[in-house]
Ligand binder design. Structure first.
Ligand code: ADP
Ligand code: ZN
Length: 736
């Protein structure tokens, strides 16, 4: 029974950090009111919104007569369990983010809009079995039907309406006609769940893998954070699979988190066929209905394994038994907008609360994780050799100072590519810059064309004949003449992936070249197709950005060329060298994974740089200890903790004033800290708004938490805070 003064604490989707107080609906048995129910509540002048009940209490700071009543209760029981609720509460307290972003923003959209919480079926279409063997020739008079038929046919699995909409417009009518002709049929199935019909048998683990698995599985009922530190190709996936099998035997579920780029069909299929059971997936490409279904089925314990990108962390489980975070160093685990959180860091907390093991896997762990091993917080499990017995590639650092270059390539790298082509072996080239040329300038006066909204240089994309701003997406036609001096000698400086392809095409006209970057893979499914072509040997040279560097298995690649590393060695951002080292190790890991051994070619103007030399020796441990020493000497994370406040507005002064006032508030605090700024970030203006930042640093997490808890509510009270757009980033990963 609740007291007659029953007050409901409700989360509502607003940018405020506040929780709202309401009275229960009239004429309701108050005993049914428990946390995690959805409520419809009046909000503002005349709006009705859906909120989440957090707590039932008798306390409120607001006079009773001013409180509004909840209009209705949407659910008869909590939509998820206490475990997830505590987890969200903790995440909110740690990151100090608006409650709506944490409690509502992490739920499937259909839950937030008040949908009925039932698993419902999804329409999918497949080629009818009867006519499977016929060609689509007889559809040649109906090109749209033929296109749809061919498209469905080219996929092994039935396609959803969402997938068809990605490729076709107005496809429903031609599809109906195909159904009528019995060429295509509708299958109705619950999403996400499919069992592979091809089951692969277990591999015999090598002693290192055996050791890792037995350490993890010997204590399945305890929080046990493990860093699985295994070189590329050492068989980390096999360790995950063995541990998951054990967890499933104990009737529990497993959550596997992957970086955004890692969740490929290839990976999912491999998991399915190794585990031989249902695998559910959760990622941004799902339709709202699919996402809700997966969420519900996982909550109810109807799937054993959930593979997903960072948002999958917010799924309720009936009985979670293990979390795996693959490629734990990957930056995509950090959400960079709205609710800024690190899915890797929160996964550790979730495992802690559920008292289960968690495996962080990487060939190139983050400095944070290595530091935690040093502190005795994580257990380190090493896999030091390649599971297939193939050798690690030789890494050569090529001094390009004063050397002749053809486009972005040195003569010696081109020679190697040519040799590789003659041997019919594949080459992978890594150039972390998309577009044609990063600078478009006037040869007469030196004016550089910049984005009018961000004031930074724009990249020339030859394919579109336009200049693109890679920060805000702004595009414009290339000017025929210089806007400054009206000269007509506009030139392109530097090399992006598009230009590198052009160079290669001129030099190797017969080679089959594939470019993989954000532009070339924009269309859904195109990345999959390219990867497939590569693995089927239909590509001789692939060139790409970091999309190509991560996680993929290319057995045919024997030569890897790294075109440009120098900016990573000399960047203003102290994390740039960590990322460069990780990328070089990851890219190098792509070479020689098959039967033939590989070679890695690094072009550099700094061939004697100590960091490059450790990478040449495949010694990421030494590399990371150099970096950690640097961080310790300069008092940077992980030796300290940081929080960054970003402010932006269309006036420079307003952003600055707000941050200055915020800084002044800190002066009264008795909690020890350092504060830097307000300062101008490397990108001063973005999409027309001026940006400013304030950096806060403390000796440890506890101090940071206490300081933020006291400071953030005060900042929210500042008049000047209402005149800017501001956000807080705890443990920032970049200062952009
Ligand atoms: P990682 O994720 O550590 O880079 P993978 O898990 O992709 O490595 O494994 C690399 C290759 O080694 C895969 O082809 C895998 O099938 C194979 N492999 C893994 N473990 C074994 C084993 N115990 N015996 C034989 N081959 C193995
Ligand atoms: Zn811009």
């Amino acid at each position: 029974m609740h007291s007659p003064n029953c007050i409901l604490k409700v989360v509502i989707d607003t940018p405020l950090r506040k929780i709202f107080d309401y009275l229960p609906p009239a004429n309701i048995d108050e005993s049914i009111l428990v946390p995690a129910l959805r409520l419809r509540v009046p909000f503002g002048k005349s709006k009705k919104v859906i909120g989440l009940l957090l707590e039932v209490t008798d306390k409120t700071g607001i006079p009773r007569h001013k409180l509004k009543r909840v209009e209705s209760v949407l659910d008869s029981e909590p939509i998820f369990g206490q475990e997830l609720l505590y987890f969200m509460q903790w995440a909110r307290d740690y990151y100090h983010q608006p409650a709506g972003d944490v409690f509502l923003g992490t739920l499937p959209r259909l839950i937030r809009t008040g949908s009925n919480l039932e698993v419902s079926s999804i329409e999918k279409w497949e080629i009818s079995e009867v006519v499977e063997k016929q060609t689509s020739e007889f559809l040649k008079n109906s090109p749209k039907q033929k296109a749809i038929y061919d498209y469905i046919k080219s996929h092994k699995q039935p396609l959803t309406s969402g997938q068809l909409s990605d490729v076709f417009t107005n496809w429903r009518i031609p599809l109906k006609q195909l159904e009528r002709k019995k060429l295509v049929s509708k299958v109705t199935q619950e999403n996400g769940i499919s069992i592979s019909n091809k089951i692969l048998s277990d591999l015999k683990l090598n002693p290192e893998q055996e050791q890792a698995v037995s350490t993890i599985t010997s204590r399945l009922n305890d929080y046990q954070p493990c860093l699985l530190y295994g070189i590329t190709g050492s068989g980390k996936t096999e360790v995950y699979i063995k541990c998951i099998q054990e967890v499933i035997k104990n009737n529990r579920q497993a959550l596997v988190l992957l970086p955004e780029i890692g969740l490929t069909t290839q990976f999912i299929n491999y998991f399915k066929s190794r585990l031989g059971l249902e695998i559910a997936v959760m990622h941004s490409g799902l339709t709202d209905r699919e996402r809700l279904n997966t969420w519900l089925r996982t909550r109810d314990g109807n799937n054993r394994v959930l593979l997903g990108t960072r948002s999958a962390l917010w799924t309720p489980f009936k009985k979670l038994g293990l979390i795996v975070v693959d490629e734990e160093h990957d930056l995509s685990y950090k959400q960079q907008e709205n609710f800024r959180y690190s899915a890797r860091d929160l996964a550790l907390l979730r495992a802690h609360q559920a008292r289960i093991p968690i495996i962080l896997g990487s060939a190139t762990p983050s400095m944070e994780s290595i530091y935690n091993v040093m502190q005795g917080k994580y257990r380190e499990l090493c896999l030091g050799r390649r599971a297939t017995g193939s050798r690690l590639p030789d890494i050569l650092i090529k001094d390009i100072r004063g050397k002749n270059m053809t486009g972005a390539f040195s003569t010696s790298l081109l020679k190697q590519i040519e040799i590789n082509l003659q041997k019919n072996e594949q080459t992978l080239l890594f150039l972390n810059r998309r577009g044609f040329a990063p600078v478009y300038m006037c040869h007469d006066c030196g004016a550089i064309i910049k984005c009018p909204r961000c004031e930074i240089r724009m990249t020339y994309h030859k394919s579109t004949g336009r200049l693109h701003c890679h920060h805000c997406g702004h595009q414009e036609r290339i000017p025929g003449q210089c806007p400054q001096c009206s000269g007509e000698n506009m030139i392109e400086i530097g090399h992006g992936t598009q230009r590198a392809v052009e160079t290669l095409e001129t030099l190797f006209p017969k080679a089959r070249i594939s470019r993989i970057d954000r532009d070339s893979t924009r269309r859904k499914g195109s990345m999959e197709t390219m990867l497939k072509d590569i693995n089927e040997g239909k590509v001789d040279i692939m060139i790409g950005t970091q999309m190509l560097a991560k996680g993929h298995h290319f057995p045919g690649v024997t030569l890897v060329g790294i075109i440009d590393t120098d900016h990573g060695l000399h960047s203003a951002d102290y994390r740039a060298s960590e990322r460069m080292g990780q990328l070089i190790m990851q890219v190098s890991g792509r070479a020689g994974r098959g039967d033939k051994s590989g070679m890695v070619y690094i072009q550099s103007h700094f061939p004697d740089h100590p960091l490059l030399l450790t990478l040449k020796a495949h010694d990421y441990k030494q590399y990371s200890s150099l970096l950690l020493k640097e961080r310790a000497d300069t008092g940077l994370p992980p030796y300290t903790c940081q929080a960054l406040i970003r402010a932006e507005s269309n006036s420079k002064e307003r952003s600055q004033r707000f941050l200055q006032e915020a800084r002044q508030l800190l002066a009264g605090s008795g909690i020890s800290h350092d504060v830097f700024g307000p300062f101008i970030p490397p990108i001063e203006k973005r999409a027309g708004r001026y940006r400013m930042q304030l950096l806060l640093q403390t000796e440890n997490r506890k101090l940071l938490g206490e300081l933020l808890a006291e400071w953030i509510p005060e900042i929210e009270q500042l008049q000047s805070s209402r005149k800017v757009r501001w956000s807080l980033d705890v443990d920032p990963q970049d200062m952009l």
